[in-house]
Design a protein around this ligand. Structure first.
Ligand SMILES: Nc1ncnc2c1ncn2[C@@H]1O[C@H](COP(=O)(O)OP(=O)(O)OP(=O)(O)O)[C@@H](O)[C@H]1O
Length: 260
């Protein structure tokens, strides 16, 4: 039986006074890649923030368990080692070099005010090479293109070496070859026992995951394997049957429906 990396049991989660998420019981299996999909405004980013423990405590009615422990009770530094985060349109210090930004991912591993160790430098180099950002490691983040910047931020998340990695729109600004690199990276993490949860708008890429969580109007309407016809039906329905899922050359992809 596979274990659960994150389990969210939510009555409600609010932004301000507005309820955004409703009645969610979502176990996310460990050692697998789960993608969260759904229409604009469905609550995907909000759910991912709740899963990461990033929402204000008072805004969430319910509980999230990370690796079997209530996330709110895990000390912050330990949590930062267990769970890495790549947010949407993330702000970061634009004056820092790409190398230093990636090194921020090592902070949870470093003793207070201690310099980076040789192991930290090795991990950062590996992460920047994985995302093909090593070449511009000396350039400030603020002077990179959108896709280059995203690859540095991904390197920062990889440098944490956390067993659980949450990513919101990780493919933002990435060109197709680097989207493919990202797929290989995720597959490598999962093959090594890691758990990856990603919010994706690129439904065809999301379908390359192990499992899909389909959301609409603040609720999870389906959770299932990417190859399961019931998952395809839920996907087509939630997108108002304006996409169709097809099996082409051994992979599931979503195509626009032009016949209506
Ligand atoms: N600061 C805010 N104040 C009020 N409502 C908000 C705020 N931020 C988001 N919302 C609302 O919460 C709902 C869910 O937003 P969320 O960003 O989680 O959706 P999403 O599925 O990630 O959307 P998208 O696909 O467009 O990125 C939306 O209806 C949105 O308008």
């Amino acid at each position: 039986m596979s274990s659960v990396a994150i389990h969210a049991r939510l009555e409600r989660a609010c932004i301000g006074n507005t309820p955004i998420l409703h009645g969610i019981d979502l176990p996310l299996p460990a050692g697998r890649w789960t993608s969260i999909v759904g229409p604009n405004g469905a609550g995907k980013s909000t759910l991912l923030k709740v899963l990461a423990g990033l929402m204000p405590h008072a805004a969430v009615q319910g509980e999230v368990e990370l690796l079997g422990r209530p996330i709110a009770r895990i000390p912050v530094r330990e949590r930062a080692r267990l769970l890495a985060w790549l947010g949407q349109n993330e702000s970061a210090a634009d004056d820092l070099t790409s190398y230093d930004v990636a090194m921020l991912g090592r902070l949870p591993h470093q003793p207070w005010l201690a310099p980076a160790s040789r192991a930290d430098h090795a991990v950062v180099e590996q992460a920047l090479r994985t995302t093909q950002a090593w070449e511009w490691r000396h350039r400030p983040l603020g002077r990179l293109s959108g896709g280059e910047r995203q690859r540095v931020l991904l390197a920062r998340a990889l440098a944490v070496q956390a067993p659980v990695l949450l990513m919101d729109e990780p493919l933002a600004n990435l060109d197709p070859p680097h989207q493919t690199d990202w797929l290989h990276t995720v597959r490598g993490l999962v093959a090594g026992g890691g758990t990856v949860v990603s919010v994706l708008h690129e439904v065809s890429i999301a379908l390359q995951a192990d499992d899909l969580v389909v959301m609409a109007q603040g609720r999870v309407v389906h959770q299932g394997a990417c190859a399961d016809p019931a998952t395809h039906a839920a996907l087509e329905q939630v997108f108002d049957h304006r996409i169709q899922v097809r099996h082409i050359d051994g992979v599931w992809i979503a195509l626009p429906r032009m016949d209506r």
